[in-house]
Design a binder for this molecule. Sequence first.
Ligand code: NAD
Length: 296
Amino acid sequence: MSAIIIDGKQTAANYRNELKDKISNYNSQEVPVLAVVSVGDDPASKVYVRTKQKFAQEVGMGCEVIELADSIGENALLEIIDELNDNHHINGIIVQLPLPKHINTLKVLSHINPSKDVDGFTPYNTGLLSYNDPRGFISATPKGILELLKSTAVDLKGKHAVVIGRSNIVGKPIAMLLLNQDCTVTVTHSKTENLETIVKTADIVIAACGRAKMVKASWIKEGAIIIDVGINRVDGKLCGDVDFDEVKEKASFITPVPGGVGPMTVAMLLSNTFEAFCKQQDHHDCHCHHKNCKCH
Ligand code: NAD
């Protein structure tokens, strides 16, 4: 039987509509503003930035794109982050990755004020995720994946999830998030031996390795849920890390590429920005002197 296709495009559109309502009903003179720092002119990055800008505007959010030359020095970039951290009109800050080689990515990401870190990449927010502490921002792609899994209404508890990829932006945080959902998680990567055998034991497969159509039907347990994070271009066409046409005949649920995880990532980024805005507004409105109030 063919799998149910998880419609990320529609789910994301529903999210954005809800967010638009929340923003327009929010009792404030200000609107949430996201700052996107974009270094260099990688064409793929430019497309992602434009998409974020378009959807931010659609939901009634401001989006300021700070475009910087590839040659910018690390200190100059840190100064720009400082300015954004101090600017009360900016609620969320993201730095478009990858950064040029001469810049230390961790140093730059760590410089973002955690309360504006809507990508959830600062060590502070990744630390809160590992403690399963809801105060932190969960990075957008893993958060979107979890929403898509929840949309299947399948109980995640005790399920064996195999994550293919261990990057800081996808593999590791989704593994942690699934662990927090009581899944049994196996994280695999490019040095993993017998990958196919491990994937065959999965109830849930998260493919995030950036290898076009690598995951084949023969790797999949009948009825598994497949989330394909990969974005690859083959002969000018987008495809995921999963061989969609053959795997969909074995899986119970599967995300397509495009139209699966990608749109959810942007929706979750905007949702995090709204969350940051609300928290910051509370702080502004409060001005209290109570030691235990959240404004301190
Ligand atoms: P990355 O290159 O940082 O990490 C890839 C990971 O895959 C590494 O941990 C590596 O060990 C592992 N890997 C590579 N080859 C492998 C193999 N043959 N077998 C097993 N593991 C292997 O990539 P990333 O930033 O994590 O992104 C992964 C993919 O997801 C890319 O295609 C990227 O474009 C896509 N992506 C999509 C979204 C989205 O919103 N849809 C967001 C982020 C990344």
